[in-house]
Design a protein around this ligand. Structure first.
Ligand code: SAM
Length: 481
């Protein structure tokens, strides 16, 4: 029997099955305990202190009680709180990114993923460096500045050297006014040595979804290949941090296991990173299983409704207030609209999940990883965000200024991030409007910039920002706070 210990480096101890079961039991027993629930809500509220506004977050047990509680009034309070916390720490900016699929060769057997090695119905493809270049030019021409690279696990076809070559190529391309200024990496769990190489290559966040925290299900859903090893996968973030990567992104693939189990596991993972490394996850992603070649989402019993999905998003924001939250184009426009005000900080736009998809006129499906629900162009997504009161941001400043890991968290916790995020969002939005936007988007965007500039509280920052925006209009690029 394993004992729960958030500081342990053994997966069975920091994601402890017994502790999760106890948590779910505790949550069931207390889901109508209004005294306890009100106390938890009170604890989660942003508090004004001498050092500024702070948030204490919630433990996995506390957050699990709120998730179990079915009272509509409590739910309403959670939603409101999530929005307040998002506004207090990130303002109304939403960071934009796109995934770039490098290769769908894979030796794993993940039963929910069309890239699994037994799938003969999918075309296998790996980008050459020339093809990477063409994809990046296409992405730059849309206006993207931040990518998440994706690849299947295949030591022969996609060794770490291939990934490193791709990163180098991506950073080297300066097409017209375009540049990819931050490359995040979503590749299979690897060694400390390889994480060190990724760090040296200048990556932003290392992203790895746990898929499921339920060990038995994990092993069943990953029947073959290196990914079958639950420990190696679950302990990957500790190795990444040992390799010097201090921004890591967690995620669960919702639909595989019971969501309450996953939710508790996810928060325990965040608590573990904080306890061991002194810094929690930089981001949390909340993907849900989608239809794909040979994959039918209804074959998985644990799909969650849009309402439960929204509640999970809101509770993640409340429980880990300083962690970014990512929603991909797996979700439709309607669902994205519903969860954006609940604390989402990053979304992808105009994504293609096929290898080489950005250079094709028509959206290709033969190498696709999953169906994309939100198929709008980046220009449309940007305009829609602004029409809904969010500032689309192409900012990559924190990472380029060395504000990663605990330095980023300190900036966030002190509230100082509000002197960086909104101005950086406005300046990078201005670049987008000048270089890539349609006339209509430009019109909406210029009005937003004029409005939002006035809201920057610090006069000096406001004036510098205004001056930089004028310079961008005159052709200069790449300003940042
Ligand atoms: N191959 C890498 C790994 O093993 O971690 C990561 C890259 S994979 C392209 C990115 C993520 O897509 C996976 O971690 C999984 O959660 C998600 N995914 C796989 N199949 C999916 C499906 N049918 N619908 C939605 N998301 C899926």
């Amino acid at each position: 029997m394993f004992k729960y210990d958030p500081k342990s480096l053994t997966a069975d101890e920091f994601i402890n099955h017994g502790e999760i079961l106890e948590t779910l039991k505790y949550a069931d027993e207390n889901k109508d305990n209004m005294d306890l629930i009100n106390g938890i809500l009170e604890k989660a509220k942003p508090q004004k202190t001498e050092k500024g506004t702070i948030c204490r977050g919630l433990t996995h047990r506390e957050a699990s009680v709120l998730l179990a509680c079915e009272d509509p009034e409590v739910e309403e309070k959670v939603f409101r709180l999530a929005g307040e916390i998002k506004d207090a720490f990130y303002g109304n900016r939403i960071v934009m990114f796109a995934p770039l699929y490098l290769s769908n060769y894979c030796v794993n057997g993940c039963v929910y993923c069309p890239y699994h090695r037994g799938n003969g119905g999918i075309v296998r493809k790996k980008l050459t460096q020339d093809e990477v270049r063409a994809e990046v030019v296409a992405l730059q021409d849309m206006g993207h500045k931040r990518l998440a690279i994706e690849a299947g696990e295949d030591p022969v076809n996609n060794p770490i050297e291939y990934i490193l070559d791709c990163i180098k190529t991506i950073y080297s391309i300066k097409h017209k006014n375009g540049a990819i200024r931050r490359v995040n990496v979503n590749i299979a769990a690897t060694t400390v040595e390889n994480y060190r190489k990724l760090k040296e290559a200048g990556i932003g966040t290392y992203i790895l979804f746990q898929e499921t925290y339920h060990k038995e299900s994990y092993e069943r859903l990953h029947p073959a290949g290196p990914k079958h090893n639950y420990h190696y996968h679950t302990e990957a973030m500790d190795r990444a941090m040992e390799g010097g990567i201090d921004d890591v992104g967690l995620g669960v693939l919702f639909g595989l296991e019971l969501y309450r189990y996953e939710f508790a596991g996810l928060l325990m993972h965040a608590e573990h990173l904080e306890a061991v490394h002194g810094v929690g996850p930089h981001t949390i992603s909340v993907p849900r299983i989608k239809r794909a070649e040979g994959i039918d989402p209804s074959a998985f019993d644990n799909g969650i409704s849009d309402d439960v999905f929204a509640k999970i998003c809101a509770l993640i924001r409340v429980a880990v207030p300083y962690t970014g939250m990512i929603i991909s184009t797996r979700e439709s426009q309607a669902v994205r609209e519903k969860v954006l005000p609940l604390g989402v900080s990053q979304i992808s736009g105009a994504s293609r999940t096929s290898v080489g998809g950005y250079t094709e006129e028509e959206r290709p499906t033969d190498t696709e990883q999953f169906d994309v629900s939100d198929q709008r162009t980046l220009d449309e997504v940007v305009r829609w965000l602004m029409e809904n009161g969010h500032i689309p941001s192409f900012c990559t400043a924190c990472y380029r200024e060395g504000r990663t890991g605990d330095r980023f968290m300190a900036l966030c916790k002190s509230g100082q991030i509000l002197n960086c995020c909104p101005p950086n969002a406005l300046m990078t939005l201005k670049e987008f409007l000048c270089d890539y936007a349609s006339e209509e988007t430009r019109r909406v965007g210029e009005a937003m910039i004029a409005r939002e500039l006035e809201k920057i509280p610090n006069e000096k920052v406001r004036n510098i920002c205004r001056g930089n925006i004028e310079k961008i209009g005159a052709g200069e690029r790449d300003f940042r706070f």
